[in-house]
Design a protein around this ligand. Structure first.
Ligand code: ADP
Ligand code: ASP
Ligand code: MG
Length: 439
């Protein structure tokens, strides 16, 4: 059995849903299809939620109305018969009635997550009706019945495995299943999500849970490119990446993949393919155990980074100093991305400032602390990158004019990371494209 995930743009138009229906039935292989919300929907739901949080009821109502209009037209274009259109309109009515009710009650964290879940619930139900129209036999299986988080808000793979098996055995004759990406339940049983871009993560988790033959991520580009195509003009698709390389790229900002979506597939050694719905015959990128080649493959950038610079003369020869520092970050569940040290100082980066004030206060009891915001991590990724001829010289020659604030090299054999002020991101990615990729 395989998993095929289609992102927002791949289902964002009625004709795309038609394309998807052809791709998922191309060879009759048993398939679990994971769908995102129609493109733009989750962004609008976030905006509605923000309006409610700011007590801007009118804003929320206007956005809800505009979104509903979009879905009503989508139904007209997607479905031909009155019966199916009526069914679809009833479904949409239900979800928008829910959104309208939320505007009359006060917004809690749990309600916010319910609002964000509406996109995937609607896209899968509409797609299921389209499959019904095309006489394509399938079962719509609710992700909320098997996608679970544990008490640490991490996916509970063992529980997901158990639950999804229980769901699949209820449909012994079916070969095609459709489910929602992104949404799940947390340890308290409430509706939750896998964070923005989380449908990739759903696909990889399901692939691991059912030990799929392959996890295909269908999107609007022909695979992982060597650089961010939204920022740099000339980029090229990469044929093959190892799980480790892909995980670094995803974590350090390559938007095509959710930051932590590689580990489940890697754990079960399931190949992940990145493919283009708009150009299905393009080779795309395959992600598997082997890297395929040695050397620099891609660069990615992650914004919204905060550098925390911790300085203490007592650090000199003081064992246990780093432990004390890390314990503070651990206490506030704030992961550290980059670390550099000197004899009297240690600098770390974080991307989550929820507890920055508390962290600063506790650290200031141990050392002097400075914070620099609006930083970007630029990561150069490639298998055994150190073996690339004069890699550091090439890199620093290329970005000579950029004021680099931190460097991390040697931590893993496939990553060099630089910290730069975010204002230099575009320039840095362009210079790396020229200097390291000759593009
Ligand atoms: P989906 O909605 O299908 O999940 P996303 O928008 O999340 O699609 O991801 C695909 C987009 O990721 C591409 O359109 C591209 O602009 C962006 N992207 C950023 N970095 C890369 C990269 N290194 N390679 C390919 N795409 C990238
Ligand atoms: N719809 C969600 C989002 O926009 C999940 C996803 O598309 O992967 O973030
Ligand atoms: Mg995505």
């Amino acid at each position: 059995m395989r998993v095929m995930k289609f992102g927002g743009t791949s289902v964002g138009k009625p004709e795309r849903m038609h394309q998807v229906s052809q791709l998922i039935t191309r060879d009759g292989e048993p398939t679990i299809v994971v769908l995102s919300a129609l493109s733009g929907t989750t962004n609008t739901l976030v905006e509605i939620s923000n309006c409610l949080a700011a007590a801007n009821k009118q804003g929320a109502t206007e956005k809800t109305e505009a979104l509903e209009k979009h879905y009503r037209q989508f139904i007209l274009d997607l479905l031909k018969s009155d019966t199916l259109r009526e069914k679809a309109n009833n479904i949409i009515e239900e979800h928008f009635e829910f959104l309208r009710i939320t505007q009359r009650i006060s917004l809690s964290d749990a309600l916010n997550k319910d609002i964000l879940a509406q996109g995937e619930l609607m896209s899968t139900k509409l797609f299921s009706l389209y499959l019904e129209q095309e006489n394509i036999e399938h079962a719509l299986i609710p992700a909320l019945d098997f996608m679970r988080l544990d008490a640490n808000e991490e996916p509970d793979l063992a529980l997901i495995q158990e639950k999804i098996q229980g769901v699949l055995v209820q449909h012994p004759t079916k070969k095609l299943f459709v489910t929602q990406g992104y949404i799940c339940r947390n340890a308290k049983g409430e509706v939750d999500n896998l964070k923005r871009g989380g449908s990739d993560y759903t696909a990889s988790l399901i692939a691991a849970a059912i030990k799929a033959t392959v996890c295909e991520i269908w999107t609007d580009i022909d695979g992982m490119h060597n650089n961010d195509p939204r920022v740099v003009e000339k980029t090229v698709a990469i044929e093959q990446l190892s799980f480790d390389e892909a995980a670094e790229l995803a974590y350090f900002g390559a938007k095509i993949l959710h930051p932590t979506c590689i580990w489940p597939a890697q754990q079960e050694n399931i190949p992940v393919k990145l493919l283009n719905t708009m150009q299905p015959t393009a080779a795309g990128t395959v992600i598997k155990k082997e890297a395929g080649s040695v050397g620099v493959k891609a660069v990615a950038a992650k914004d919204g980074i905060i550098a925390v610079k911790i300085k203490s003369s007592r650090m000199l020869l003081a064992y246990g100093f780093l432990r004390k520092i890390f314990e503070v970050f651990e206490k506030y569940k704030t992961p550290i991305d980059m670390i550099t040290t000197s004899e009297v100082a240690v600098s770390v980066t974080i991307d989550n400032d929820d507890h920055l004030a508390e962290i600063m206060e506790e650290l200031s009891n141990i050392a002097s602390v400075e914070v620099e915001k609006d930083q970007t991590i630029v990561s150069i990724v490639g298998n055994e990158i150190a073996k690339t001829d004069a890699i550091l010289k090439k890199l620093f020659d290329a970005i000579d004019e950029i004021p680099v604030t931190m460097v991390s090299y040697g931590g893993s054999p496939h990553n060099i990371s630089l910290l730069i002020p975010s204002t230099y991101k575009v320039k840095t990615l362009q210079l790396v494209n020229k200097g390291l990729f000759n593009l």
